[in-house]
Design a protein around this ligand. Structure first.
Ligand code: NAD
Ligand code: MG
Length: 384
């Protein structure tokens, strides 16, 4: 029996790792839709290799290139925001939500509304639309499988246990490439240095988030929605080796942790095979060779992002969406060389102090808050 899969964001880092696993058991899967922002040639190559039903580019101006690259293949080509949502609503047993940023919000929600399984990598969507998205998951009886390595670890550590017995959940953080850098060094950090992560090979945006620690902050908000144990029970610890991916402490003093190599194919495989298991080509963990695993408290003076995210989660409503939008604008500006590294969190904090819209209760309202926050953030960029 084959399972039908759709991958939103198929040309990215998570998309590639997912397709690598599918390629290894090709006969078990049927690919429904593959999507990308543009990358028409690469998307067409993947759609042909995996005999997808449809390939979709979010950026409509790339559709002619996609059509040309798919000519004669019998694979449908589509473009634009509505086509992306349409692709997400096609029947699939599991949808991998791996678009980066708020752009993934509408298609991810459309997949959730189908009431099947959604493997969620697109953390920005959950951060922005947390309440609205979790309500949709409950309403449609959707199986939401966390693909982010920390949340996947927590999901595995919670399996078979009553969440009421949880005392705390600890997210581990590598600390990013600038973990040991002084404030003076951070002030002149370049995009090239920021995207060179010591442990993980990821897309540019999440790599910068990892360097600022916004990644861990966004993950705190993500965990807040996925695992309703309350914000006070959520902790962060810096663990430079990225071997322990997170842990759950129970009321009896038992702490369960999930360990594994720092290779996203492990949590992706956990989602694809859940509640079963599947093989991955990842090197087995060799603890004796690793020798030491170390842990320390995060430094919120050099890296204020986790503090800002905790405050945003506490405030709730529209505030996490504003924080996420401000961060996306700031990261894009940093990557383009227009904003110093340490101004990313300054700019986010500044916007949070200026713009506090009412809590959104629908997806359209979340999208409106996101758009408005981005335009405020862009104006703020001109001031910093
Ligand atoms: P990436 O930049 O490598 O890939 C992003 C994908 O989204 C690409 O297919 C791209 O074409 C598509 N995309 C980009 N902008 C788009 C837009 N405006 N509209 C539609 N599609 C668009 O990113 P990634 O590293 O694969 O990360 C994807 C998501 O998974 C992010 O939310 C990230 O935080 C999360 N995540 C990634 C990792 C990792 O190891 N890479 C780990 C955990 C979570
Ligand atoms: Mg993560």
């Amino acid at each position: 029996m084959t399972r039908a899969i759709t991958i939103l964001g198929a040309t990215g880092s998570i998309g590639a790792s997912t397709l690598d696993l599918i390629r290894r058991e090709r006969d078990k899967w049927r690919v429904v839709a593959l999507t990308a922002n543009c990358q028409a040639v690469e998307l067409a190559r993947l759609a042909r290799e995996f005999s997808a039903e449809v390939a979709v580019v979010a950026d409509e101006t790339c559709l002619p290139d996609l059509r040309e690259a798919l000519a004669g293949s019998g694979i449908a080509a589509a473009g634009g925001a509505a086509a992306l949502v349409e692709a997400a609503t096609r029947p699939a047993d599991i949808t991998v939500a791996a678009i980066v940023g708020g752009a993934g919000l509408a298609p991810t929600m459309a997949a959730i509304e189908q009431g099947r399984s959604v493997a969620l990598a697109n953390k920005e969507a959950l951060v922005s639309a947390g309440d609205v998205m979790m309500a949709a998951v409950a309403r449609h009886g959707t199986t939401l499988l966390p693909m982010d390595s920390e949340h996947n670890a927590i999901f595995q550590c919670l399996a078979g246990n009553d969440p009421a017995h949880v005392r705390s959940i600890t997210l581990t953080a590598s600390g990013g490439p600038f973990r040991e850098w002084s404030a003076a060094q951070l002030a002149v950090a370049t995009p090239e240095q920021a995207v060179r992560h010591p442990n993980w090979d990821m897309g540019a945006k999440i790599s910068v988030d990892s360097a600022t620690m916004f990644n861990k902050g966004l993950e705190l908000i993500e965990a807040f929605h996925l695992f309703p144990v309350g914000l006070d029970a959520l902790r962060i610890v810096v663990h430079p080796q990225s071997v322990v991916h997170s842990m759950v402490e129970y009321r009896d003093g038992s702490t369960l942790a999930q360990l594994g190599p720092s290779d996203m194919r492990v949590p992706i495989a956990s989602c694809l095979a859940w509640p079963g298991r599947m093989d991955t080509p990842c090197a087995p963990l060799d603890l004796a060779a690793l020798g030491e695993l170390t842990f320390r408290a995060p430094d919120e003076v050099r890296f204020p992002a986790t503090r800002l995210c905790r405050q945003a989660a506490e405030a709730g409503g529209a505030i996490p969406a504003v924080l996420n939008a401000a961060n996306e604008v700031a990261v894009a500006a940093f990557l383009a060389g227009h904003l110093p590294f340490t101004r990313i969190s300054v700019m986010v904090e500044e916007l949070l102090g200026r713009y506090a819209p009412p809590a959104p209760t629908t997806l359209d309202q979340v999208i409106a808050v996101d758009a408005e926050a981005r335009s405020h953030a862009r104006r703020l960029l001109e001031l910093v």
